[in-house]
Design a protein around this ligand. Sequence first.
Ligand SMILES: [Zn+2]
Length: 475
Amino acid sequence: MQIEFLGATREVTGSKFLITTKGGRRILLDCGMFQGKGLDTYNLNRDIRFEPSSIDYLILSHAHIDHSGLIPYIYHLGFRGKIITTAATRSLCAYMLADSAFIQESDTNKYNRKAQRNNLHTASPLYTQQEAHRCMELFVTTEFRRRLQIDENIAVTFYTTGHLLGAACSVIEIKENGKLYKIGYTGDIGRQKSYILRTPEPFAQCDYIITESTYGNRLHESQEDVKKALLDVVYNTCVEKRGKLIIPSFAVGRTQDILYVLNELYNEGLLPHIKVFVDSPLAINTTGVFLENTEYLNDNIKRTMLYDDDPFSFNQVDYVRDVNKSKAINKYRKPCIIISASGMLEAGRVKHHVANNIMKPKNTILIVGYCAPTTLGARIQQKGLKQISIFGSMIPVRADIRSLEAFSGHGDYREMIKYLRCQDPDKIKNIFLVHGEYSTQEEYKQHLQESGFRNIIIPEKDSRYVLQADGAVKI
Ligand SMILES: [Zn+2]
């Protein structure tokens, strides 16, 4: 069989890996969107490099758009195979893909109005809300640790990775020429100890492993320190400086983590009496999915839910759906916390909040997740930055810019290696590193080798390998 690495190669977005068996079955692992690559993003997402109607199965690790965001696009191009995932991932995708389609339709409308005024070619969105809705009928769900025979020669088993509600590592068993191959795709790997999700669980021994490397060269702060660090930032910004604390955050996953920690601080009587705006309709919709799927949550949050039935909300939280209400937050004069998407500051309402508040020294922008190098979220963190371009205008940077990486849904290199220790390194033919910047991957490779893992490959975009009984060969 062959595997092609079509995205998230030496970078963090666009996860897409295509397995073609000798019998001609085609299995796509994730179908993620490229994000934050400026003008290249448009072409990268349209040039998917395979025939969508030829895909039999799409095995989906989790709902984040950099893993799922092109599903409606390949549906638009004729994909009608089965999408195999967990029930929580399906529920989150229903909201996230619809939201992604809405953003693309409104961006395209905006662009086309300008293009028509200037007699330029108009564009069409990558996909519509209708396509995002229709592709949901292709989803087939299964549970963790249940072996699902999807075809005479192919079976898949999911294991929780604790990265996001429903996020799974998949072990794909493929029978070929009388031999059984086991391929493990970890998807994104969560923290060893999450605030709300279950710990990543060991997965069956594999011959080949495809694994992420986002924080392959970093170690996070401990979680206890993070709760205290968040409270310190809140006090410093909202009590001492009487300013606004803007937290750009992925609507799904990170926002719920932050709300849970703020809710804990509130229950402990430590949170100052300030408003917490959650300015993201997607965050509001998907928080409901977390409350409906408690079987994916850990004992920590379940204990809280015994006396607090909504651990993502408290009296001071104001969920903002309406766009006019979102604009009105700008006129709110009192100290407050604003949690809004997107996490890498590439789009969404948070970009407006940052543009409106970054010039005032009393405010703080707190980055709580990974930001790809070309994104506004990464640019804003450059040391000594005096001004920054947002929406085409140069704006002075006087607010405090801080980061709290430990809120990340990705484990650091020690956590990822601990997770991979469920495998016997001597039985693995090759490990493919994906979903990481190249220099990070080089360092992660070293750490893995020091821990006894060998035959590590960092594939390039569009590279192809034949997976044989004794190891992979590049073709
Ligand atoms: Zn993810």
